[in-house]
Design a protein around this ligand. Structure first.
Ligand code: FAD
Length: 508
């Protein structure tokens, strides 16, 4: 007589897009016959983490992320899988133009700039963004590229300086990284943040030659890139960004809807994680252990596997009693805090705005704003007909103190800067301020080595898995990928061979 298969419990801690993707993957496996139950624990009374969309007076405001890069396929694939395919929409790339605030004026990024690499001569020759010396250095990069560094990693600033000079760092790379990561080119790792260019240098020497070659092969149009696609010459006809008509929260809501509501625990902060009493052997093999998850209000759950889909610092605190060294490695991943300020304006303001997706602000301009997106231009369905929606991005490593300011002072400061930069004096129809403390992981120089060490430690801690933006990409697609991968690993651990069972049953 065969023994009944025991149901194993996998607990996901953290209900942002990473944790939701993990829990969803587990739920799908359970529905397909895996002998598991999934539990999701989230400290907020809501799910979605930093993904939040809000309708205000006919405008659609994204409090956190507003889109994902189309070249990374996981987010669009997940949307389709959830039945949201018809709601996917691309950015209005025909109207794409990004400005840099340069000596208090908005100057467009030169056409053909693939993140940092110039692919067209004339726009580079005529741009007011770079001095003659930088233009000459950029032109020369094609013929006399610097030798690749022997080091394991270097900062983005150092790498870009070697290839294109300091002005390219100050006027283009640093504002792009501040606008995307809330980060600093002097601190961020080239190898982890822009791995494609790191590899290009190793293979081809000159980034310009390699990019031009790739453009020729793929036949992309090489238009002015706002940068966060890192100018991927392989992106073909895809739009640069994609989002959902009703906001990105559509996706987190759909993910949550696929889960069993009796297995979701909201408003329950996990305080500690420990090995369950009884020692190894919980799963019938000698090395696996069970875990005890203690939450606020004296609630506790036991688990055969735990997925920590949390900012690394929070995961570090929970892991400390299990593996002190691993906890230290996680603690060492820095985060930046940020703030978004969204403002709706009437038709007059919209008509007076320059065409394009918005602007970025270099450090030397000494503004609080890091970037401003003209949301109504970047995507359809974000503002009522003819009206304008501006989203300003503040904080980052450049200005962490912004989070301690009162809303009135923030609003006043933002309006003052919009007046100085865009000449907007009008009262906004509405405004919304959203704060995101310690929300964006900063991949500092050496990040890849740190992640390698984390993976090694995890290898000796079966049953514990990590997901989220701290490891191999901070975008929505990266979070979905890491959430799903963590769930697959947990399934392999607690229910090895369930897919085999499913197949043999299916073939009966
Ligand atoms: C302002 C902003 C703009 C962004 N813009 C973009 C963009 O346009 N495109 C893009 O691709 N990416 C963007 N990102 C990045 C991307 O949104 C995030 O990396 C991603 O959403 C993080 O998801 P997550 O689930 O890993 O983490 P989170 O969303 O941070 O979720 C973690 C969850 O864990 C919970 N938690 C923490 N500790 C505990 C505990 N002890 N017990 C229980 N629960 C706990 C938290 O409450 C939270 O809900 C942006 C991020 C921010 C902040």
């Amino acid at each position: 007589m065969t023994e009944p298969v025991k149901t194993r419990r996998v607990v996901v801690v953290g209900g942002g897009v990473s944790g939701l993707s993990a829990a969803y993957t587990l739920a799908r496996a359970r529905q397909a016959g895996a002998p598991i139950e999934e539990v999701l624990i989230e400290s907020n009374p809501w799910l979605g983490g930093v993904v939040r969309s809000e309708s205000v007076e006919g405008f659609l405001v994204e409090a956190g992320p507003d889109s994902f890069l189309a070249e990374k396929p996981e987010a669009a694939a997940m949307a389709r899988e959830l039945g949201l395919g018809d709601d996917l929409m691309g950015s209005n790339d025909h109207a794409r133009r990004t400005y840099i605030l340069h000596h208090r004026r908005l100057v467009p990024l030169p056409d053909g700039l693939m993140f940092l690499v110039p692919t067209r001569i004339w726009p580079m020759v005529t741009t007011g963004l770079l001095p003659l010396s930088a233009k000459l250095k950029a032109a020369g990069e094609m013929f006399s590229s610097p030798p690749a560094t022997e080091k394991e990693d270097e900062s983005v600033a150092s790498f870009v300086k070697r290839h294109f000079g300091r002005a390219m760092v100050e006027n283009i790379a640093d504002p792009l990284l501040a606008g995307v990561y809330g980060g600093d080119a002097e601190a961020l790792s080239m190898r982890s943040v822009l791995p494609r260019f790191w590899e290009m240098e190793r293979k081809h020497g000159s980034l310009t030659r390699a990019t031009l070659e790739a453009v020729r092969h793929r036949g992309t149009d090489g238009k002015n890139s706002s940068g966060s696609a890192a100018g991927n010459p392989q992106s073909g006809k895809l739009p640069l960004f994609m989002t959902l008509k009703g906001g990105l929260q559509q996706m987190t809501q759909k993910l949550a809807a696929q889960l069993d509501k009796y297995r979701i625990f909201l408003g329950r902060k996990v305080l500690t994680l420990e090995f369950a009493p009884g020692g190894p052997g919980g799963l019938g093999d000698s090395c696996s252990r069970r875990f005890l998850i203690n939450c606020e209000s004296y609630k506790a759950y036991d688990a055969d596997a735990v997925i920590l889909a949390l900012p690394a610092r929070h995961a570090s605190g929970l892991i400390a009693p299990l593996d002190h060294r691993l906890s230290g490695l996680l603690e060492g991943i820095p985060y930046s805090s940020s703030m978004t300020v969204s403002l709706g304006f009437d038709e007059k303001v919209r008509a007076a705005l320059p065409p394009g997706f918005g602007f970025l602000v270099p450090r030397k301009e000494q503004r609080r704003m890091l970037a401003c997106t003209f949301v109504h231009a970047k995507f359809d369905h974000r503002a009522p007909q003819g009206k304008a929606l501006l989203r300003c991005f503040l904080g980052g490593t450049r200005d962490p103190d912004i989070l301690s300011m009162f809303d009135e002072a923030v609003l006043e400061g933002v309006r003052r800067e919009l007046k100085a930069i865009l000449k907007i004096d009008a009262e906004p129809i509405f405004y919304r301020i959203h704060e995101w403390p310690d929300s964006m992981a900063q991949y500092a120089v050496g990040h890849k080595t740190r992640v390698g060490a984390i993976e090694e430690r995890l290898h000796d801690l079966p049953g514990i898995y990590l997901a989220g933006n701290a490891y191999s990409g901070i975008g929505i697609s990266d979070c979905i990928r890491t959430g799903r991968a963590a769930a697959e690993k947990a399934l392999d651990q607690v229910a090895p061979g369930w897919r085999g069972t499913q197949k043999s049953e299916g073939s009966k």
